[in-house]
Design a protein around this ligand. Structure first.
Ligand code: AMP
Length: 516
């Protein structure tokens, strides 16, 4: 495993700075060895333990920090497939992943054990609580891990209603990382701030894996907080920052609200950085401009997806064109095709297809969905784009049922399923409505049941529906805009016309600040 091999050469260099202190690459190697040993021991059942997890899935619910990385590496070093669980997910979503991933083991930070224990017990999944992996005994030899092995499974919303596990091999991750290290010129001198959740490709590969592959240093914040993030930026010690547009919008608001002398320190710190990257959702051109005014930085916008890692990027050196995502990254094949799979001419819109060692292996236990996702060896992203002057511009998703909010992908169908379970909801339709801060907001049109009567507006208020959904959906999937309609707009075939739903919801009142 290249990541581990390289870590040996970084030795005592600082790998991570967290709320708990600073940790070297040597610390990481020791702790991940200990985690691997604990996993093999637990998997073996009897004396001596197992020698290799042989791609057994290991789910882990651990806040971002040293222990998170030690456990992730430990799973890899023991031969397992790392399946990070989202801290924001309520029990129903965690249960879904446990049932789908069929893990051999679960790891949890002791502080979060109560959340996972009942779910694991009900399924007979052994649960290990690890605060900080103990000292490695160093006895069992860890297995050799080839690049073709499954390494990581990230749950991602597709056009079907429930999330699918996208499986990446060690080779996929390495290809993705090498491409970014080359394009964005990562070095051992880089120091990046990690504020993103670590169950998503952006935080896991672009930030964490790329940094640790490069011998660089990661300052880990457990969660994004604009003031904390600005404090870290203002320290002047960072060289890199990567985030979703929503985070840049929130940082900008904090910058605008700051007192002039504080603002000057923020700007000075940002100016000392060498690169700030935006992606996972469209970066509004106005935000690009306002960020440049505030910090002097032209945000580098890139495009990627769980299944392919990063595919397109504006250049590190050279013109960064606002509203575009640049050109194909090194080693990544990208083409635009029409519905029949024929390449389109420059200036014509087409679907983005991606090919290369970066492209994922499969959707876990979904051979049909995996087959359908490829055409002639190319992965079909479902995103439309056009090339103008050599630069790709994203036009949006082919499917209206995928909502991109705050950088997270949300399946409208999944939210509809949950809202339909409400006893007073007769019908509902969920769409994304444009929002300057979140890219899109999750918005729901609801047709109340007759028994809701005149009380419907109260019983099905935004607040009431959000309270209902909170138990069943991750916070970022819960609608922040709701409108009651007498009926849903439908076409002649009886299908709900989503663009009309969107129009009906555009002016509706929403919660000003969705929860992430
Ligand atoms: P995910 O798998 O959660 O990373 O989501 C991938 C999806 O995010 C892509 O298929 C696009 O629809 C969207 N996306 C990622 N980067 C961009 C970008 N720079 N501009 C517009 N959409 C983006």
């Amino acid at each position: 495993m290249e990541l581990v091999e390289r870590a040996r050469s970084w030795g005592e260099r600082t790998a991570l700075r967290t709320g708990e202190g600073a940790f070297s690459y040597a610390d990481l190697l020791r702790a991940s060895q200990a985690a691997a040993e604990a996993l093999l021991q637990a998997a073996g059942g009897g004396a001596g333990g197992a020698r290799d997890l042989e791609e057994a899935r290991v789910v882990y619910l651990v806040p971002p920090g040293f222990t998170y990385v030690a456990i992730q590496w430990g799973i890899w070093r023991a031969g397992g497939v790392a399946v990070p669980l989202a801290l924001s997910h309520p029990p129903a979503e965690l249960a879904y992943v446990l049932d789908d991933a069929q893990p051999a083991l679960a790891l949890v930070h002791p502080d979060l054990a109560a959340r996972l224990r009942p779910l694991c017990e009900a399924r007979g999944i052994p649960l290990l609580a690890l605060a900080r992996p103990a000292r490695a005994v160093g006895s069992p030899e860890l297995p050799a891990i080839g690049p073709g092995r499954r390494a990581l499974m990230i749950y991602t919303s597709g056009t079907t209603s429930r999330p699918k596990g996208a499986v990446l091999t060690h080779g996929n991750i390495e290809a993705q990382v090498r491409s970014l290290v080359l394009a964005w010129e990562w070095t051992t001198d880089d120091r990046i701030l990690s504020v993103l959740p670590l169950h998503h490709i952006h935080g896991v590969v672009n930030v964490l894996a790329s940094a640790l592959f490069s011998g660089a240093q990661v300052t880990v914040h457990e969660r994004f907080d604009p003031q904390d993030a600005w404090r870290a930026i203002a320290s002047g010690e960072l060289t890199l920052f990567m985030a979703v547009p929503t985070i840049y919008a929130r940082l900008l608001s904090a910058w605008e609200e700051a007192a002039p002398e504080v603002r000057a320190r923020m700007t000075a710190g940002a100016r000392r950085m060498r690169l700030m990257v935006s992606g996972s959702a469209a970066l509004p051109v106005t935000l690009f401009g306002r960020w440049r005014e505030a910090t002097g930085h032209e945000l580098l916008e890139r495009y990627g997806m769980t299944e392919v890692g990063m595919a397109l990027s504006n250049p590190l050196r050279g013109e960064r064109r606002p509203g575009t995502v640049g050109r194909p990254l090194p080693g990544v094949g990208v083409r635009l095709v029409d519905e029949a799979g024929r390449s389109v001419a420059e200036g014509q819109p087409g679907e983005i297809e991606v090919r290369g060692p970066n492209v994922f292996l499969e959707y876990w236990r979904r051979p049909e969905a995996t087959r359908a996702a490829f055409r002639d060896g190319w992965f079909r992203t479902g995103d439309l784009a056009v090339v103008e002057g050599g630069y790709y511009r994203i036009l949006g998703r082919q499917s209206v049922d995928i909502i991109k909010t705050g950088g997270f992908k949300v399946s409208a169908l999944e939210v509809e399923e949950v809202l339909s379970e409400h006893p007073l909801v007769a019908e509902c339709a969920v769409v994304g409505v444009p929002d300057p801060e979140w890219g899109e907001r999750v918005a729901a049109a609801i047709v109340p049941r007759p028994e809701a009567g005149p009380d419907a507006p109260l019983a099905l208020s935004l607040e009431a529906l959000r309270a209902f959904a909170r138990e069943r959906l991750a916070p970022y999937k819960i609608p922040t805009v709701v409108r009651l309609l007498p009926e849903l707009p439908r076409n002649a075939m009886g299908k709900v016309v989503k663009p009309d739903v969107r129009a009906a919801l555009a002016g509706a009142e929403g919660d000003p600040r969705p929860v992430r």
